[in-house]
Ligand binder design. Sequence first.
Ligand SMILES: [Zn+2]
Length: 185
Amino acid sequence: MSDFRFLGGRLSVNFTATLGLRWREPGVERLATPADLARWFVEAGVTDQHMATGPEDLSDAHHLREAIYRLARTRLGHGHPDDADLALVNLWAARRPAPISLRPTPDGLSARLDEPTPPGLLALIGRDAVDLLGDPEAARLRECAGPECSLLYIDTSRAGNRRWCSMDSCGSRDKMSRYRRRTTG
Ligand SMILES: [Zn+2]
């Protein structure tokens, strides 16, 4: 079973979830090896190919991810955007994009890079972050209310009042603990 989390609703937001339980400092690193990064690309649906990834790609991925995460937090009202973070995300987003094609898949159609490479896919993530964080949609960015969770997600509920990364995990844990408090207190 995958240990990756894809609850964010956007490629760049899901990418920030590859470091889990951030409050622990250090959190849970789900991109611990270059092979993890290759697997994430496939599970995130940006490529069908397990491509060769090296230590440099992994280091680039970590730096890009943390810059996106810190900028996303500023959209949640935590601090101000850091110039170095902006420069890094902008650098990736500015890379010449690889050509994409529409391909048939068992359940429909999907867009794929013609010649995916790890830097090409990181550029795709950088571009998604720029699209999102510079857009009014970023007002729908949330941080899970679970005290032991730090996942970010886009709240697509009509009322804009979704509190949990997932009802199945953090949401039901909250319901259980409130129930226990009620029955024991
Ligand atoms: Zn959560």
